[in-house]
Write a protein that binds this ligand. Structure first.
Ligand SMILES: Nc1ncnc2c1ncn2[C@@H]1O[C@H](COP(=O)(O)OP(=O)(O)OP(=O)(O)O)[C@@H](O)[C@H]1O
Ligand SMILES: [Mg+2]
Length: 364
């Protein structure tokens, strides 16, 4: 009997919703049976971006966005299932991340917007969402949550692996300690690259890092950016658009430099901060596996490879799960853990007081 779950991920890059149908009866790392992506329509992306900062009438705008996000998720689920012979009744649950608009564990909350009730209503399926709040309630960061999944999917006894997710932010999981992984957010991955590309190319992304590859790193600018205190903080730590955003970029007065050189420097910033984190926290790692959209940025991957001092660099596709579907698969897995009443957090990673069952359940 298949054990089917749908995972829905919409990350800090605000590129849209990734959907994956996963059968957990199959062997790890659970390559999805089907996948589908729905990009954010420009007005919804703008609404999400605006909600990342204080503004007028936020309550109404947040509630309306949560509804619109649920509708987008429902359309992603319908399109996903239409690609398979499976009926919705055969799916145990949808695991839906929601859209992060504030991440303030220091203030005791993190906010991932999605109207779970509406998603259950539109799909007729059980929905698990709000995965992060319980960990924050237990004193944790609520992030990153993927390390438990990385361990289940990619852990191999005797192999010291590090999984690096290059999403809007970058997070790493150190799979060196047998069953208990460690991990944290290293800093920005794509969010600054996307911002700068949008400003100067008028395009949402620097495809394959071609523009970054045309520039040269400015060492002074890089050193200035590396002075950001977040990079030196000890884990547990997590970050988001509250810290790494347009204002952060503006503080370094990038207009003094040729735009392509800034893009090269931002790519180098991600590469250096990830490599430094590996060097400092998991120096014995021998295999580095990339996932997330940034793994498609050839220039970013090249720069990271150059900093890894002979460690093997590949992406998670080499282990059987394509890099762009890792996060959606992880939230399908977290829904399954929730329904089985198993903890989904790793206290060592998030800083929570203990293991907790994560998520809020909306019945079908
Ligand atoms: N071909 C490509 N070339 C360059 N960059 C790419 C390419 N494909 C994807 N990306 C980058 O990946 C980003 C999307 O990655 P992803 O969906 O993993 O991030 P996310 O939604 O923010 O997730 P997370 O929750 O991990 O932050 C895009 O915004 C873009 O910067
Ligand atoms: Mg995404």
């Amino acid at each position: 009997m298949p054990e089917l779950y749908v995972g829905l991920m919409s990350g800090t890059s605000l590129d849209g919703v990734d959907a994956a149908l996963v059968d957990f009866e199959q062997r790890a790392p659970w390559r999805p049976l089907a996948t589908h992506s729905v990009p954010y329509p420009p007005h919804l992306r703008a609404d999400a971006l605006a909600l990342n900062a204080p503004g007028h009438d936020e309550l109404d705008r947040a509630a309306l966005f949560a509804n619109a996000h649920a509708e987008l998720c429902a359309s992603a689920v319908h399109a996903l299932l239409a690609r398979t012979p499976h009926e919705r009744a055969a799916v145990a649950a949808i695991g839906c991340h929601g859209q992060t608009v504030r991440h303030r564990p220091d203030r005791g909350y993190t906010l991932q917007l999605v109207n779970g009730a509406l998603l259950a209503e539109r799909t007729g399926m059980r929905v698990v969402c709000d995965f992060r709040s319980r960990d924050v309630a237990a004193g944790g960061h609520g992030a990153p949550l993927v390390p438990a999944f990385h361990a289940a999917a990619f852990g191999a006894p005797g192999t010291h692996r590090v999984i690096v997710n290059l999403g809007g932010m970058a997070n790493l999981t150190d799979l060196s300690h047998g069953a208990t992984p460690t991990g944290f957010d290293t800093g920005p991955a794509n969010v600054l690259l996307d911002l700068w590309a949008e400003t100067h190319l008028g395009a949402p992304i620097d495809r394959d890092g071609a523009w970054a590859a045309s520039g040269s790193v400015d060492d002074g600018l890089l050193a200035q950016m590396l002075a950001e205190p977040y990079f030196a903080m000890a884990p547990p730590k997590s970050t988001g658009r509250e810290r790494f955003n347009r204002e952060w970029l503006a503080r370094h007065a990038p207009e003094r430099f040729a735009p392509a050189d800034v893009q090269a420097t931002l790519a180098e910033l991600t590469a250096v901060t990830v490599a430094n984190a590996i060097e400092r926290h998991c120096p014995a790692a021998i295999e580095i596996l990339l996932c997330g959209g940034g793994s498609q940025n050839a220039e970013l991957a090249r720069r990271l490879g150059a900093r890894l001092r002979g460690r093997a660099l590949a992406n998670t596709g080499a282990l059987g799960l394509e890099p762009r579907w890792v996060e959606a698969t992880a939230f399908a897995w977290l829904a399954r853990e929730a329904l089985a009443a198993r903890p989904g957090n790793v206290p060592l990673v998030t800083g929570a007081r203990g293991p907790r069952v994560l998520g809020a359940v909306y019945p079908a």
